[in-house]
Design a protein around this ligand. Structure first.
Ligand code: FE2
Length: 321
């Protein structure tokens, strides 16, 4: 069995609390041209909140962005330190000019920049979250095909996250002893960690912002909720949890069945919520076939006997737009 200290090896998904459901759906599917691979609802709590998944054709691990549109609930988040504050996605380096023009066509301002020697295009999600596309030369992940964007320009998957912290020390300890991380670069007030074999889809950057107030941890509009990382099996996930608890990171959840994968959450010393995730064998095909994947709303099993009420309650979403 994989040594638990070396078990976490790449991003699995990134989960955001966004604003309006339709606005988020259109942003990810019509502008970024990710595929809708699942439309369901948040499994926690008593009030239904959409959970919208976007990724490549099958929703492979490390291509997934998942969103809770919070506008209907009225719950606002507070951006700040102790949070993931930026989502970075990988595109071919030569596709950056295509994306600059495409974003402009959709009325989105983007700024070209550079960090850790990588060319980046920075812009905002409609709810205000910082997004960027990063030019990556060699990324073998297969983008969404059959959409509006030629696959040769398509988004390959996640590249990295940026976590805002007041100081680096606690996060460095956690990354190095608990999360299979290696510090690979330092630039200005940023530290870069890569996990496992490293490279795109494994990056965690920390930015030191001691004067930034602490952000909120609850489900609230305009914040990143967590970043999930893939582990290979439930047995290894158990070992990762035991390893973290043995180090003294006691804020580790029990395993939660999320329908398409099993999740264990840990509140990291810097404040951001991380997740160790095991995909289920059938993945997103567990409740609908590939041909219609992501087309229809899938009622979470926990709300199975309440479908009518839930569908009545949730804001209508125009999938075809
Ligand atoms: Fe998650």
């Amino acid at each position: 069995m994989t040594d638990p200290q070396h078990a976490v090896y790449r991003h699995h998904h990134m989960t955001l609390c966004v604003g309006d459901a339709q606005e988020d759906y259109d942003f990810h599917t019509k502008i970024l041209d990710l595929k809708s691979v699942k439309k369901t609802a948040l499994y926690d709590g008593t009030v239904p909140i959409y959970h919208l998944y976007y990724g490549n054709d099958m929703g492979d691990e490390s291509t997934l962005i998942t969103c809770f549109p919070m506008r209907q609930s009225g719950r606002m988040g507070r951006r700040g330190s102790g949070q993931i504050t930026r989502i970075s996605l990988s595109v071919p380096t030569e596709a950056l000019s295509f994306w600059d023009a495409r974003l402009a066509d959709h009325g989105i301002d983007a700024q070209a920049s550079e960090r850790f020697g990588e060319k980046v295009l920075q812009f905002s999600h409609p709810c205000g979250l910082d997004y960027e596309l990063v030019g990556v030369a060699d990324d073998g992940r297969v983008p969404h095909t059959g959409g509006q964007v030629d696959p040769e320009n398509g988004i390959r998957g996640t590249h990295g996250i940026t976590v805002s912290v007041h100081d680096f020390e606690g996060s460095m300890d956690f990354m190095e002893s608990g999360w299979n991380g290696t510090q690979t670069a330092e630039e200005a007030n940023h530290l870069r960690y890569e996990i496992g074999a490293g490279g795109t889809g494994t990056i965690i950057d920390f930015v030191r912002e001691p004067d930034l107030d602490i952000g909120s941890w609850t489900f609230g509009e305009g914040t990143v909720h967590h970043c999930a990382f893939q582990v290979e099996s439930l047995e290894i996930q158990d070992a990762v949890k035991a390893h973290l608890e043995g180090l003294g990171y006691t804020d580790v959840s029990d395993r939660k069945d999320r329908g398409y994968f099993d999740s264990v959450y840990v509140r990291t010393p810097g404040g951001a919520l991380f997740e160790a995730t095991v995909s289920k064998a059938d993945g997103f095909l567990i409740d609908e076939p590939y041909e219609t994947l992501g087309h229809e709303f899938q009622v979470p099993p926990v709300f199975d006997d309440q479908k009518e009420w839930i569908m009545e309650y949730l804001d209508k979403l125009d999938y075809a737009r």
